[in-house]
Design a protein around this ligand. Structure first.
Ligand code: TYD
Ligand code: MG
Length: 453
C-alpha cells in the first residue's frame, strides 16, 4: 500500500514544509509545526498543458461596471461594517472568542431577513439548541433552514436542492472535505473547505458567511491564510463583563476596512447601539479627577469616549504601568513627554489608564484626553465636565493637528459639551460660525496643564 502523504504546516501562518521545523521561516514563531495527511486523489493532471480551460479572458472595457448590488442585512450596524450591505457572491469571515455572540449575530440576521431563503449550517450545536436561541431572539423567518452537517459534499448537495439566497456556516473549524484524510479543524481541512466555499460563492453568486474561532492570542484559529482567502474579515469583540459588543472590519474588498458597529447583548438577543457616545461616556454627574473625554473617530463615525487615569505613588520599587484599551507603549511615550516638557514628576508613580466601555482605540487624536486625564489625576484636580479633547501629542510636546476635526466638534456640540480643546494648527480648517461651542486652541503640552487649572 502506498504510504499516506504527509506535510508539515505552521499552525500560526499556514506555511507548508516537507519536514518538521523548529522555527517557522515565514512568521518566525517557534514550535508551531504540525504534521498532517494531505493525500489528494491522484491522476488529475494540473498545471500548464493539462486540462482544457474553462475560464476565458475578457477585455477590460467589455466587463460591465454596474454598481455592486448589496443585500440589506436589516441591521444598520452590520451593513456599515460590511461596507453598505452584503455583496452577492462574497465570502465573509466573522471571528471572535467563544461566547461573544457570533452565532447569535448571524442567526438573528437570518431570522430578521423575512422571506429570504437562508441555509444555516451548524456543526457545533444541535437543532434544539439553535431553536432555543431563536426563541430567545424572538423573531421568525419561515424561510430560514437549519442543517446539522459537517461534510462539505453533503452541504453542497443540500444547497443544490434547497437553493438558498445565503449560506451561513457555524463554524469553518467543524467542516471537513473527503479530498483530505486529516481531521476537521486541522489547518489543511480549514484551507480546503474554505477554498471549496469560496469557489461555490464565486460561481453561484450566493454569499457565504463563515464563523471562525479565535485563539487566545487573538488570531483566527487556523492559518492566517484563511484571512487572505475570504473577501471580508470582521471581528466580534468585547469584554464579557460588559454587555457591549463591537464588530470591527479587519479587511474588506468591498469597502472601508476601519468601520465599527456596536451592539449590546441583552436577554433577547443583540440590540443595535446607534448612538455610541451615550454608552461610552459613563456616569458624568460628579466631577472626579483623572477623567477626560476624547472626541475620536472610528471608521466614518465620530464618537466621544471617556479616558480614565489613576496616578499614585508607587508602593514598591518599580512603578507599574498598565493600559486597557490603549497602547501601553504610546502611554509610556506620553508619560515621558509629560515629564520632560511640563515638569510633572511621574517616574516614581504607578499609572493606570482605562478607556471606558471596554473598547480599544487606535485614533491618535485621543492623546490629548489621555494627557489631560493623567495631569488631572496626578494633580488631583477634576477636569471640567463640559470640555472634551481632540489632538495628537508629538515627542517634543507639541499638540499636532488631526484629521477630520469638524465632525468631532459637531459630535461634541451635539452631546452638549461647551468647550473642545484642539491643536492650534487645526484652527485653519474650521468654520467657527457654524459651531455653537467654544474652541480652545493649544500649542504645547505645557498649555494643556495651564488651561486645566
Ligand atoms: P453565542 O452566539 O453562542 O456565542 P458564540 O457563537 O460566539 O460562541 O452567544 C453566547 C452568549 O450570549 C451566551 O453567554 C449567552 C448570551 N446570550 C444572551 O445574553 N442573550 C441572548 O439572547 C442570547 C441568544 C445569548
Ligand atoms: Mg457559536
Amino acid at each position: 500500500m502506498a504510504k499516506a502523504k504527509t506535510t508539515f504546516f505552521c499552525k500560526n501562518c499556514g506555511f507548508e514544509s516537507s519536514k518538521w521545523l523548529g522555527k517557522c521561516p515565514a512568521c518566525g514563531e517557534w514550535n508551531t509545526f504540525v504534521e498532517e495527511i494531505v493525500s489528494k486523489p491522484a491522476g488529475k493532471q494540473k498545471g500548464y498543458g493539462g486540462e482544457k480551460h474553462k475560464s476565458k479572458p475578457a477585455p477590460v472595457h467589455v466587463i460591465s461596471s454596474e454598481k455592486e448590488e448589496r443585500i440589506d442585512t436589516r441591521s444598520d450596524e452590520l451593513n456599515r461594517v460590511l461596507g453598505g450591505g452584503l455583496v452577492p457572491g462574497s465570502v465573509v469571515l466573522i471571528g471572535g472568542e467563544p461566547g461573544i455572540g457570533k452565532s447569535t449575530l448571524l442567526l438573528q440576521m437570518a431570522l430578521s431577513l423575512d422571506g429570504t431563503r437562508i441555509l444555516y449550517v451548524s456543526g457545533e450545536e444541535s437543532n434544539r439548541q439553535i431553536k432555543m436561541r431563536a426563541d430567545r431572539v424572538g423573531i421568525n423567518n419561515p424561510e430560514c433552514y437549519i442543517l446539522n452537517e459537517t461534510f462539505t459534499g453533503e452541504i453542497f448537495k443540500h444547497i443544490e436542492e434547497l437553493k438558498p439566497a445565503m449560506v451561513i456556516i457555524d463554524s469553518i473549524q467543524t467542516l471537513y472535505t473527503d479530498m483530505l484524510d486529516s481531521s476537521a479543524g486541522s489547518i489543511s481541512q480549514i484551507r480546503e473547505t474554505a477554498a471549496e466555499l469560496q469557489r461555490f460563492a464565486k460561481t453561484s453568486n450566493i454569499p457565504v458567511l463563515l464563523i471562525g474561532h479565535i485563539t487566545k492570542d487573538g488570531s483566527l484559529a487556523g492559518p492566517k491564510l484563511l484571512e487572505h482567502m475570504v473577501d471580508t474579515v470582521i471581528q466580534f469583540e468585547g469584554d464579557r463583563h460588559y454587555g457591549f459588543r463591537i464588530l470591527r472590519t479587519i479587511k474588506n474588498r468591498f469597502g472601508s476596512a476601519s468601520e465599527l458597529g456596536i451592539f449590546e447583548m441583552q436577554s433577547g438577543g443583540l440590540r443595535e447601539v446607534s448612538n455610541p457616545s451615550e454608552i461610552l461616556l459613563s456616569q458624568r454627574d460628579e466631577m472626579v479627577s483623572g477623567v477626560a473625554i476624547a472626541a475620536m473617530i472610528e471608521g466614518q463615525r465620530p464618537m466621544l469616549v471617556e479616558t480614565q487615569a489613576l496616578v499614585s505613588t508607587a508602593a514598591y520599587g518599580t512603578p507599574q504601568r498598565s493600559a486597557t484599551g490603549f497602547d501601553l507603549r504610546r502611554m509610556n511615550m506620553l508619560l515621558a513627554v509629560l515629564e520632560k516638557r511640563s515638569g510633572i514628576r511621574l517616574s516614581n508613580k504607578d499609572v493606570f489608564l482605562n478607556i471606558a466601555g471596554g473598547i480599544r482605540v487606535d485614533d491618535p487624536a485621543i492623546d490629548l484626553a489621555v494627557v489631560a486625564a493623567i495631569i488631572s489625576s496626578s494633580e488631583d484636580m477634576p477636569v471640567d465636565n463640559n470640555i472634551c479633547f481632540a489632538g495628537e501629542v508629538g515627542l517634543s510636546g507639541e499638540i499636532r493637528a488631526i484629521s477630520r476635526i469638524e465632525p468631532r466638534i459637531l459630535e461634541a456640540e451635539k452631546l452638549g459639551f461647551e468647550k473642545i480643546m484642539i491643536s492650534r494648527y487645526n484652527l485653519k480648517g474650521i468654520d467657527k460660525k457654524r459651531m455653537n461651542i467654544e474652541i480652545v486652541p493649544v500649542n504645547k503640552i505645557q498649555d494643556v496643564a495651564e488651561r486645566l487649572v
